[in-house]
Design a protein around this ligand. Sequence first.
Ligand SMILES: [Zn+2]
Ligand SMILES: [Zn+2]
Length: 174
Amino acid sequence: MKKRIIVNIFVLSLFLVGTSLLYAGTKHSHEANVIKVDKDGNKIALCGCGHEVKVTSSTAKVVDGDDTYYVCSDKCQAALSQNLNKMKPALQLKVEKAKVKAGTMGNVYHVGEDGALTAKCACGMDVKVTDKTISRTLNGEKYYLCSDGCAAQFDKNPAKVAEMAKKKMKKKSM
Ligand SMILES: [Zn+2]
Ligand SMILES: [Zn+2]
């Protein structure tokens, strides 16, 4: 009897290891420095050197865990892969600023030098983004909302509320 339980535990743990490996294998990678999609549907990434790179299957890249960074040249690939941890914060800041400029950063309209994000809720309120800020994702872009009420509006009609937020952002920047 005891032996059977042990065998069952063994089989169960094999199963658990197997499914977690499978899960790890199918995990999505995150294209960390893609800033926009051009009119032909090509993804455009921002290289660490500041050049924009069209992403194709042959574009050079640096992979860091789940994050993929596309680079413009072998030189930039070597520089980034050797100094990734050092370069990452500055590159992330550049990428976020480029995304705001390209209009692909949801309703974030300002990126501070310290990386602090400010968004425009659909209701017109400024939202200082923290870990606790309510957010929703639409078409891969993140929208930050000032309250549960505005989040509920977003859930009812995501496309419309996202568009409202983007319109309010434009007014702000004029
Ligand atoms: Zn480069
Ligand atoms: Zn709001």
